[in-house]
Write a protein that binds this ligand. Structure first.
Ligand code: EPU
Length: 357
């Protein structure tokens, strides 16, 4: 069905009513927005939220839609973030400072930094979504969080229309957490992120899966592992590990890890380990312990199981997938069943990662 355009004038932002969101959420749910607006600049953004047609409407900022579960049509204005551009804004003897606009595809941006000879983001290859979404939940994988490379985040405060520059400390990054996540989705809209990429590059290959893949590749090429670790080798290894475990949203709808890995107190962990000696855990700097939620879900027998069209991925139990025309409600019902089994067996509450609408 064609989408009725309300305004396509080049001087004004592009609006569409009853806009289909299927291609804008990685679960592939077939829902619509009452109104959608394509945002290509900060001026567009303010024009969109101040437009008379959008008054009194809820707003939703959508990047790649890789962290959202739609349970129904969105009765409001969706801002389709399409701000583009990436460049090295400055360099000093120690680092490159690279800025990317919020609408840039994350993986393409990571690949571009490597091509341009500015490594440092390679551990975060292939994460679905956009640059603007990355700081909100402080994306992380294979031993690196974006917080470690973030210099500043530029965001527009919708209430005042002012652009504000946050340094990394002001972003209050935590594990899959930030100031922006806690401030609420309507308050600040991220329009650009600047990364600091140190020139003294060191491979970060501590993560077991990654170290294994790198060693395997090195053995195949007949080199000692340490000789061959380049940023490109790390990038390729991360891509290979992710492809082996995590479903491509274009082939099988999903939102990456559906739950956060829970962090518990040391005393609770000791009691738990006495009952579950094989539990996979990571000691934290503050004495607490992070648990592998995927392992617990797997142990509860959920891996590969389905509830109507919603299923637990058969190669990574932390990922829920839209196997066969699932709705957001199906995914949430499956998530609830998993949560109660994990609580019953391990006494641990799982916290959902994606935003539910
Ligand atoms: N495990 C199982 N069964 C499973 C899944 C995992 O036994 O079905 C075990 C694994 O063998 C491993 C442990 O659990 O010992 C952890 O698994 P994995 O290394 O796959 O990582 P994860 O903790 O499940 C986290 C992130 C991922 C990130 C990977 C690699 C969270 C919520 N998830 O997953 O991030 O790619 O580490 O760094 O922190 C995402 O956030 O969307 C995401 C994919």
């Amino acid at each position: 069905m064609s989408v009725p355009e309300i305004s396509a004038a080049s001087s004004a932002p592009w609006f569409a009513a009853a806009y289909p969101l299927r291609a804008h959420n990685t679960f592939g749910f077939d829902v619509r927005a009452r109104l959608a607006c394509r945002v290509t600049s900060e001026a567009d953004l303010l024009d969109a939220v101040r437009d008379p047609r959008a008054q009194d409407m809820a707003t939703l900022v959508l990047g790649g839609g890789s962290n959202v579960v739609f349970t129904r049509d969105f009765d409001g204005l969706v801002l389709l973030m399409s701000l583009a551009g990436k460049r090295c804004v400055r360099e000093d003897s120690e680092a490159w400072y690279v800025e990317a606009a919020a609408g840039e595809n994350w993986h393409d941006f990571v690949a571009w930094t490597l091509e341009a000879g500015m490594p440092g983001l390679e551990n975060l290859a292939l994460i679905p979504g956009t640059v603007g979404a990355a700081p909100i939940q402080n994306i992380g994988a294979y031993g690196l969080e974006m917080a470690e490379r973030c210099a500043t985040v530029r965001a527009v405060e919708l209430a005042t229309g002012e652009a504000v520059e946050f340094d990394a400390a002001a972003c209050e990054f935590g594990y899959r957490d930030s100031f922006f996540k806690r401030a609420g989705r309507d308050r600040f809209v991220i329009t650009a992120v600047t990364f600091r990429l140190p020139k003294a590059w060191q491979p970060n290959a501590r993560y077991a899966d990654l170290a294994r893949e790198l060693a395997r590749n090195a053995a195949q090429s007949g080199h000692a592992a340490a000789d061959t670790i380049t940023a490109r080798a790390v990038f390729d290894a991360v891509v290979a590990v992710r492809r082996a475990k995590l479903p491509d949203p274009l082939e099988l709808g999903n939102a990456g890890s559906f739950f956060k890995n829970p962090v518990i107190e040391a005393a609770q962990f000791d009691a738990l380990r006495a009952r579950e000696p094989e539990i996979v855990s990571y000691a934290q700097a503050d004495g607490r312990v992070k648990l592998a939620a995927g392992w617990m879900i797997d142990r509860c027998g959920w891996k590969g199981r389905a509830l109507r069209g919603a299923a637990v991925h058969d190669r990574q139990a932390l990922v829920l997938v839209n196997r066969d025309n699932a709705t957001g409600a199906d995914i949430l019902e499956l998530a609830q069943a998993i949560r109660s089994d994990v609580l019953a067996r391990f006494g641990v509450e799982l916290e959902q990662e994606p935003v539910c609408l």
